[in-house]
Ligand binder design. Structure first.
Ligand SMILES: Nc1ncnc2c1ncn2[C@@H]1O[C@H](COP(=O)(O)OP(=O)(O)OP(=O)(O)O)[C@@H](O)[C@H]1O
Ligand SMILES: [Mg+2]
Length: 245
């Protein structure tokens, strides 16, 4: 179980102030999203929670312990998904399990079950270049899930997908998350995606990124993308992003 706390985190790269006093918490099992304009520091927030970067001021902690380095309980799926081109789908997904010393039989069982779940059953022996973009993305999600992380950090995971695959993947992600107790933090440019998936939505300002509003969603699940409360929440977020007419 992990409570993540981003505690008044400010981040500067040289003289460039990227994040300013970003402050929020995530409880175990929560599905949170961050929406905000390009360059406002969203990926930087995620990298800090993953332990790949550190705030200049303030702190980022898990269960009150400062996050100093990556830990297998917190897995980041990068904005540009990075599968190993020289490994098959199966070998990509089992990579972390190999490092963790999981025996071959158990690895194979877990990987097969996951590939089935993300709709890649039958593609085990394909190499990344033989897959479509959506399939590659599903493979990288399977690879992250293989580690059975407590905290899943997703950086624009569906950004490059076509509209139909995207909706399928969003539903798939919900199915994997519901009842799993996993904490998810999703970065997205897509306001509908945030409203469809998240319990909590943090809206960020342009750089230096600050959280201008944290919204607890009251849209009941399963969510109807055309429902009145859904549309209202979308509009509220657009107003906070200064996008409403
Ligand atoms: N390692 C780094 N060194 C210097 N500047 C960096 C570094 N990483 C990020 N930045 C800068 O920090 C700012 C925020 O970058 P970040 O990737 O967090 O934005 P983002 O909100 O994820 O943007 P996008 O929506 O386009 O992915 C950018 O101006 C970027 O140039
Ligand atoms: Mg980014």
């Amino acid at each position: 179980m992990q409570t993540i706390h981003v505690d008044r985190a400010t981040k500067r790269f040289g003289t460039l102030e990227v994040l300013k006093q970003v402050d929020f918490r995530m409880e175990q099992g929560e599905f949170a999203a961050i929406v905000g304009p390009s360059g406002c520091g969203k990926s930087t927030v995620l990298r800090m929670i993953a332990g790949l970067d550190h705030p200049t001021e303030g702190a980022v902690s898990a269960n009150r312990q400062i996050i100093k380095e990556p830990h297998p309980s917190r897995v980041l799926i990068f904005q540009e998904h990075a599968l190993y081109p020289w490994r098959t789908v199966e070998k990509n997904v089992s990579f972390g399990l190999e490092l963790a010393g999981i025996p071959k039989r158990e690895r194979k069982e877990r990987v097969d079950a996951l590939l089935e779940k993300v709709g890649l059953g039958g593609f085990e022996s394909y190499y990344p270049h033989q897959l479509s973009g959506g399939m590659r993305q599903r493979a990288s999600i399977a690879r992250a899930l293989a580690m059975d992380p407590e905290v899943l950090l997703l950086d624009e995971p569906f950004g490059a997908l076509d509209a139909i695959t995207k909706i399928t993947m969003q539903n798939e992600l919900l199915r994997l998350w519901e009842g799993s107790g996993k904490t998810v933090l999703l970065i997205t440019h897509d306001i509908d995606e945030a409203v469809y998936l998240a319990d909590t939505i943090h809206v960020m300002s342009p750089r230096p990124g600050q959280i201008v509003e944290t919204i607890r969603s009251e849209v009941p699940r399963p969510r109807n993308r055309n429902g009145a409360d859904f549309v209202r929440l979308r509009e509220k977020i657009m107003t906070h992003l200064d996008l409403a007419k």
